[in-house]
Every structure is written in C-alpha cells, then in structure tokens.
Design a protein around this ligand. Structure first.
Ligand code: PMP
Length: 444
C-alpha cells in the first residue's frame, strides 16, 4: 500500500511525499518536554522539534486560548475582517521588539517572514529613489528559508544549484567562526575582523547596489549555535549605518525567548532595521511568523504605493490566539529567566562532558540555543567524518535511546559537524539527566 521508495517504519498506508528514506515512528501524544510514539516509547524532546516548541508540548493554557478563539470565530480573512487576537499580539510584540520596531506583519512561518523582509527592504529602496539597490548580503554558512528568495540569501550553496538560473546569486561573507581561528587576536579584535568582512564585501559589490545585510544573531542549525564576539554586533550596525544599508535580523530561531531574552538582539542592545520571527512565536501550537519593522521604513513604503503581498493565512485569529497564549505562558512561568539560567547550567554540564570526550571540540550557544561540535581532536578541529556525518550518527543513536537532538547537514565549505541541544524553555534541572545520561551513552 505504499511506494517502495518510501519504506514505512510503521504499519499503515502512506501517500505522503517523503523526501527521505529514513522514517520515524508515528507520534501518539506529547506533554511538556516529552513525546510518546504509538508503541508507547517515550522520547525527551531536547531539540524542541526544530527549536520550535519553546514552552513545551500540549500546555493546557494555550489549548484553552485556542479553543476559546475557535468557538468565537474559526477564521477571518484579513481583507474582510480585523481580529482582536492579531491586534493584541501585534501590540505585545511591538512592546517587546527592539527600539523603534513597532509595525507587525504576520505570516505563517520563517521563510515567509524572511521573504517579507526582503520585499520590504526592496520597496523601501524604491520609495527612496534607490532602484539600483538590489543586493542582500548574507553569511556563509547560514539558513534563511526554503522559498526561492529566502533560499537565494541562504548560505548553503549546493541547495541553490537545482533551482538555477531562476535564482539570483546573492553575495555572502563568512560567518564569524572565531572558535576555529588560531591567530593571536583578542576576542574583541576577532569580532571586528569578521564584521569588517561586511565592509569589504559592500565595497566590492559597490555600496550603491547593496540593499541589506541579513544575519542570525546566534547562528542556527547551519553553524550550530554560533555566537560572535560582542564587538561584532556593534561594528556590523555601524557599517550598515555608514553605507545606508538595512540591517535585517533573522530571529526565526532565536526569537521568542530561546536565548534568554525575548529577542536575541537585546543581548547586544542592537536595533536592527527589520526583524523576522517565527518558530517559538506560536511554539508549534499553530503556524505563525512575523516581520517587524519601524514606521520610518513602513511609512515611506506605503506613501510610495508600495506593497509586499499578503498571505491567505496571515494574521489568522487561531494562530494569533496561539501566539497570545504562548506569550502568556512565557510571562506567567518566567520562562525567559529559565532559558537563561537553565541554559547556562545545561551548557556547563555539556562543557563538563567535553572533559570525558575528546571528540567534543566545542560547546557553544546562548540560553537554550546550544550545540556541541564533534571533531577528530581539539588541536586540528577537523571533523571526525569528512562528510560531516558523525553528528547524524550521534543523532540516530540518541534517537534509539529516546533522546531527540537536532542535526542539519552543513554542505559545502564549512567544516563543522555539530548537534543542537535545545530543549523547551520549561526544562528543569531535574530533567537534565534524561538528556545527559543518554547523550553520554550515545557519545560512548
Ligand atoms: N530562518 C531561520 C534562522 C531558520 O532557522 C529557519 C528554519 N529552520 C527559517 C528561517 C525558515 O523557517 P520555516 O522553516 O518556518 O519556513
């Protein structure tokens, strides 16, 4: 009853288009940091899905908020009706967003949020009479989304090849992989060195042709929770200001509390010009994302008759009710504080584990966005497997033991081989053992 190209790992018919031959068990239920498959096997979700389920699974308060909305109005199309859930959530997000970022454009996911940032940036340049500004510089490696625009600025070159020549090849600069550097520079100087690569690229491209620079404040799965030295962030802001280039923060993964602040930009006091958020915004209870921008950008675009398209499900009441419910839980349960303190404690535990495993080359991250990098040895920092598949193998072994950690293949150029350890922000210190014991076993 199924295509032989899609071997089923469970006994039921499937007509889904699976892109991978490895199949996973069917999920039966989830609660807090745990999930159970149909055979009753328990997993600890130490990756929060793909860094999505920030407040844990099946929180009754979010379910109640969504149920209440469903009973009121199940759907209201944005061109026909406004809705309180979207208005309320937009106000709450604007309150939490850095600086003057106050205008919220809802979408249904991270790729759509990034896509909207690109479009708004472009419309802004047109409104200012700068039609020649078309390029968005990004970093390599990086991941910004699967839609064609977001993919074009994603620093995973082999992912582009099948779609060329539909896609414009956008310029990229190296991500700040300072932990691999063997020079004598101070941390501060290294941060400046990597940030200055942006200036060099802007000059190379011709400053008048550059529209924006996009970066994740803490790298996601492409780099494994890469944090730059503090000096990097301010210098990047300075360069963008100097050349009149929009600074876009992709906080799809870092936003909504994962790093211990509601937006990671707050750690360095940076106000980007445009920000994308998704994943933790509705924390897996509904598909939701947002672009947040200041009136100083949105105003001229609207005055100029600009338009960045809308999506059918944008700002739908159910997804926004989920977003409001999630934000209530973050506040009621003080989850930012938890992400910060328990994130630091979990990072300490992983760092201690590195004492016993020479193959752990680096432990890094901020809050509960953490990663460990697997290497042959710490001197060379070469990956164990040149194809970067050691992390994949670790993830599989851990999975069999009921521990879910996250891995994405880093293709082409970057030699990192890492796994993300990113449990929900509700994780308690008592639950650490459910992660650390199987992780230690899996590493062995
Ligand atoms: N940007 C970042 C930083 C991401 O981590 C992701 C998803 N991994 C995306 C964009 C794309 O989001 P989505 O998969 O929801 O479209």
């Amino acid at each position: 009853t199924h295509d032989p190209k899609s071997p089923v790992g469970h006994n039921r018919e499937s007509r889904l288009f699976y892109q991978s031959r490895s199949r996973r068990p069917l999920i039966e239920r989830s609660e807090g940091v745990y999930m159970w498959d149909v055979d009753g096997k328990r997993y600890i979700d130490a990756s929060s899905g793909a860094m999505v389920s920030n407040i844990g699974h099946s929180d009754p308060r979010v379910i109640a908020a969504m149920t209440k909305q469903l009973e009121k109005a199940s759907f209201a199309y944005r061109l026909h009706f406004e809705n309180d859930a979207a208005e309320d959530l937009a106000i709450r997000l604007a309150d939490r967003a850095p600086g003057d970022l106050e205008r919220v454009f809802f979408v249904s996911g991270g790729s759509e949020a990034v896509e909207s940032c690109i479009k708004l940036a472009r419309q802004y340049a047109l409104a200012k009479g700068q039609a020649q500004r078309t390029k968005i510089i990004s970093r390599f490696p990086s991941y910004h989304g699967a839609t064609l625009g977001a993919l074009a600025i994603t620093g995973y070159t082999p992912m582009h090849a099948p779609f060329a020549p539909m896609m414009v090849d956008q310029p990229k600069i190296p991500a700040p992989t300072c932990y691999l550097d063997r020079d004598d520079l101070s941390d501060h100087d290294r941060g400046i060195k990597y940030a200055n690569m942006l200036e060099a690229e802007i000059i190379k491209q011709g400053p008048e042709t550059v529209l924006g620079f996009i970066m994740e404040p803490v790298g996601g799965a492409a780099t494994g929770a890469l944090v730059a030295p503090d000096s990097y962030y301010g210098r990047i802001r300075e360069i963008c200001d100097q050349y009149g280039i929009l600074l876009i923060y992709d906080e799809v993964m870092t936003g909504a509390g994962r790093t211990g602040k509601y937006f990671a930009a707050e750690h360095w006091g940076i106000v980007p010009d445009i920000l994308a958020v998704s994943k933790g915004l509705a924390a897996g209870y509904a598909p939701l994302g947002a672009m947040i921008a200041p009136d100083r950008i949105v105003g001229p675009v609207l005055d100029h008759g600009g338009f960045i398209h809308g999506y059918t499900y944008a700002g739908n009441p159910l997804a926004c009710a989920a977003g409001n419910g999630v934000l209530d839980v973050i506040e009621e349960d003080n989850l930012l504080e938890n992400a910060s303190t328990n994130g630091a404690a979990l990072k300490d535990e992983l760092t201690k584990m590195a004492d016993d495993f020479a193959m752990i080359g680096d432990v890094r991250g901020k809050g509960l966005l953490l990663a460990i990098e697997l290497v042959k040895d710490r001197d060379s920092m070469e990956p164990i497997d040149p194809k970067h598949m050691a992390a994949a193998r670790l993830v599989d072994i851990a999975y069999d033991m009921g521990l879910i950690i996250y891995w994405r293949r880093t293709r082409g150029g970057y030699r990192g081989d890492h796994v993300m350890v990113c449990p929900p922000m509700t994780i308690t210190k008592e639950q650490f053992a459910d992660i650390l014991v199987p992780l230690r076993k899996a590493l062995s």
